[in-house]
Design a protein around this ligand. Structure first.
Ligand SMILES: C[S@@+](CC[C@H](N)C(=O)[O-])C[C@H]1O[C@@H](n2cnc3c(N)ncnc32)[C@H](O)[C@@H]1O
Length: 236
């Protein structure tokens, strides 16, 4: 049996995945900053974006084992429709609301090289997304746990990594980030689910480390690439 599966459907419905069957969830959700990483518009009305993340968090809570870990990476702000939103703020609200406790929070200092159609760049080359839609050179890595109440032991580190387009995707997970997450939480044999899987860079690393990978991704092109990368990882 293949150690991976990718569903070409929205993570708001994870019904193919049994309850309490996943060890770790890792998500880099759409940030609602009008990035071109998908056929899916990355500019939802704020209410719809919050509902997407809320439904994802609820499903993630259902599929995780008790004690399971849910890691989310998010920009510090999203600025669209003239509204500035603190993504870590409302992600924490949504995940705590779904029943998770927040156990760790790490900061990523990020450079972005290439990919955006009209990039604005500071002299120091920090990553700034398109002017109309938002800006960020800081990412937040929030770590939640199922079965832990509230804010249990929030600790964190500063991470440095670069984003650049690869495999036809605007912003696949950088290796530094994948290794940080898997070194910290993953053990061989475990199942890891990425609800916004993109080209499944994370899933491929999980398979290479002897785990099982489940992904949800709405864009069929990314799903095809993911299948290819996952198969390659499984061949070793
Ligand atoms: C920030 S990217 C994640 C990239 C991924 N970490 C990787 O390494 O390739 C967000 C992804 O979520 C996908 N997406 C957007 N809405 C979705 C939904 N409702 N369900 C599943 N995937 C979705 C987009 O197509 C995009 O590829």
């Amino acid at each position: 049996m293949k150690p991976y599966i990718i569903y070409n459907q929205s993570c708001t419905d994870m019904s193919p995945v049994a309850s309490s069957s996943v060890d770790i969830g890792v998500a880099s959700p759409p940030f609602n900053i009008n990035s071109a990483y998908s056929i899916q518009p990355d500019r939802l009305p704020i209410q719809d974006h919050q509902e997407l993340l809320q439904r994802c968090a609820t499903e993630m809570y259902r599929v995780l084992i008790p004690g399971g870990i849910f890691v989310i990476e998010a920009t510090d702000i999203a600025f669209s429709y003239g509204q500035i939103t603190s993504l870590p703020g409302y992600l924490a609200k949504v995940c705590l609301g779904a029943g998770f406790g927040l156990i760790e929070r790490h900061i990523g200092l990020v450079n972005y090289t290439g990919g955006y159609e009209k990039p604005e760049r500071r002299a120091n080359e920090d990553f700034i997304t398109q002017g109309e839609t938002g800006r960020s050179n800081t990412m937040h890595l929030l770590v939640f746990q199922k079965g832990v109440a509230g804010f249990d032991r929030v600790a964190g580190q500063i991470l440095y990594y670069d984003y650049h387009p690869a495999h036809g995707h605007l912003c696949p997970f950088p290796k530094v980030l994948i290794d940080f997450i898997l070194d910290r939480f993953f053990k061989p044999g475990q199942t890891v689910l990425d609800p916004f899987a993109g080209v499944q860079t994370l899933g491929a690393a999980v398979v290479r480390r002897g785990g099982k990978s489940i992904g949800f991704e709405v864009d069929p092109n990314h799903c095809r690439t993911a299948e290819h990368l996952l198969a390659e990882a499984a061949r070793g």
